[in-house]
Design a protein around this ligand. Sequence first.
Ligand code: CS2
Ligand code: MG
Length: 410
Amino acid sequence: MLIDRTEVIVSSPGRNFVTLKITTDDGVVGWGDATLNGRELAVASYLRDHVAPLLPGRDAHRIEDTWQYLYRGGYWRRGPVAMAAIASVDTALWDIKAKVAGLPLYQLLGGASRERCLVYGHASGQELPELFDSIREHLELGFRAIRVQTGVPGFASVYGVASSAASGGAGRYDYEPARRSARPAEETWDTRAYLRHVPSVFEAVRGEFGPDLALLHDAHHRLTPIQAAKLGRSLEPYDLFWLEDVTPAENQQALRLVRQHTTTPLAIGEVFNTVWDYQTLISEQLIDYVRSPITHGGGITGVRRILDYAAMYQVKSGMHGPTDVSPVGLAAAAHLGLAIHNFGIQEYMLHSEQTTAVFGLPVEFTEGGIRPLEEPGLGMHVDENLAAKYEYEPAYLPTNRLLDGTVHDW
Ligand code: CS2
Ligand code: MG
């Protein structure tokens, strides 16, 4: 069975997505997600100009060989653009293989290791009452694990807090974290104000919702190692499921210092793309959860490699799943998450109605967890005609400056 053709679909149903469609010579279709928030067109070009011409005529069943060919054969290894492109090819080929086998993809990955994959949702509020409402809404939807982000007193907007909530509305944030505009918005950041405020938020949340609810928090790479150590320690009384991205973790040694000071579990890696990016973090057990999603970690093949390595050190999965990972990426995560032994938790930020109308909903959400559909392959039903109606529009994550104007980490 040979690869016949590939199509790179750039569309914007609610937000921008890059989707790869591979069709074999006998008409089997596979889907892959290559969305890289704010850099979508770079991946689309990488795929169209440099990957798609290499694929026709290749054996669609040779997934590992294709992965190695695109990774090693390209000379320029790693990095989010190349790895998102490789991820989409890999995911589409797994989709095809499972369709040909007549089995849901997780069956080819070893079968189910659990009934469903525990997920966490995003609750946020500028102030506590709004945050509590948002947590209650998530509980009503069935979430049993919740990420908590709030505003910081004195700052108009803080990344991770729903923009609709910040402006007093009760709506959801389909478009957050990116915003449609030709340039990124700029926000102001002050780490000391943040560090003073966050523990009081978790004290209030525990007071209101009790000790059982799994709570998570994302620091979005903004702290120095000693600040991260301090935050982890100050949150210990509130028993977090995890504290995410405390430092810009390409300085992996920095996590040694954080670890020496706190027992709050740490999650890192949504911006990492290969197993090599995690070498020190995993082998020294400096983190507890690996964040790479299928979409940015080289596909099922790449992320499985990371998670097998992590399993040797009791490090678990915690795959990135914001709305900029498309439903195709979500479906792939649900299949891999169901199959692996060291599954931890899956991020599940509900997609907008427009996104769901184009891609369908490839998972069932019950009892606080998701399960892929019992259909051959990934279980995707993509409406390409509808996708074509939503044209790409530039949209960017905000950037940060300190009070004195210095550009801050992300
Ligand atoms: C966040 C995301 O989901 C998360 O953990 O860090 O909002 C992330 O910043 C964006 O998805 C990046 O594209
Ligand atoms: Mg994050």
